[in-house]
Design a binder for this molecule. Structure first.
Ligand code: SAM
Length: 241
């Protein structure tokens, strides 16, 4: 079935939030980064302005600026109403209150919309739906990110997650996923199963983050291709001499 815009709730975060969620230090930002399910986040726009290399992938990039703008306007009040009914489930420190939240999200999405056509022409916003195969060779990107998409949308199921993350790990040397709880901020069997699967083939790490907005969503999953063991490598080289 074709991807329907009315099934998406476009809600975008900004560069500062991405850097905190994904622990992206100055050295990380110099690397080639791919954002999966970036939607209307301003991460790409703000990072590009600072000279960094970010490519964003999302099925909503098949729609026009006007269509995305309309959809953002449609969902804005609905999301804010839900937030006001569930305020006790959130940590109001970085984002101080509902007005601050609405301003932060709307500013991020405005930046995205202003940058969208230019970014599409520069191939920074690419229409792509996981787990479809990407047109890149193995290890093309250094870091692949997924913010508030993978692991959170548990209804997509185990097989979807394994296929999507396998394709991300094919084109990226390392992937980072935040948060690692479902939409209600609960740890689920899906998440445990996915981590158990990737532990068989990759180095898997869970880091506590400084970023926490929904209570309990303060953990980041990092999966990277196993590094050759340095001491073993030196031993092998020594034996060859
Ligand atoms: C809640 S939004 C998160 C947006 C952004 N990452 C952020 O944190 O601000 C989830 C995004 O996942 C995208 N998405 C849904 N299904 C997808 C798929 N199969 N592959 C890639 N992205 C998908 C949606 O279009 C939406 O933009």
């Amino acid at each position: 079935m074709a991807f329907q815009l009315n099934s998406v709730v476009p809600w975008g975060r900004n560069l500062a939030e991405y850097r905190l969620m994904f622990e992206l230090g100055d050295e990380d930002m110099k690397k080639k980064i791919a954002g999966f399910g970036d939607g209307p986040a301003s991460f790409n726009c703000e990072a590009t302005e600072k000279g960094y290399q970010v490519t964003s992938f999302d099925p909503i990039y098949r729609f026009s600026t006007d269509e995305l703008c309309r959809r953002i306007d449609e969902v804005r009040d609905v999301v804010m109403q839900q937030m006001s009914e569930n305020m006790e489930n959130y940590v109001w420190t970085n984002i101080k209150n509902l007005d601050d939240l609405e301003n932060t999200r709307m500013s991020a999405m405005r930046l995205f919309l202003e940058d969208y056509e230019k970014g599409k022409a520069e191939q920074r916003y690419i229409c792509h739906e996981l787990p479809d195969r990407l047109p890149y060779e193995n290890g093309h990107f250094d870091i692949g990110l997924s913010s508030h998409f993978l692991l959170m949308y548990t209804m997509l199921g185990y097989d979807f997650h394994i296929s999507a993350m396998t394709e991300m790990l094919r084109v990226c040397k390392e992937i980072r996923i935040f948060p690692i709880v479902d939409l209600d901020a609960n740890k689920t069997e899906l998440i445990s199963g996915v981590i158990k699967h990737f532990k068989k083939f990759y180095d898997v790490e869970i880091r506590q983050t400084k970023y926490e907005f929904q209570k309990g969503d303060n953990k980041l999953l990092i999966i990277h291709h196993a590094q050759p063991d340095d001491s073993k490598l030196r031993l092998d080289q020594g034996l060859q001499q």
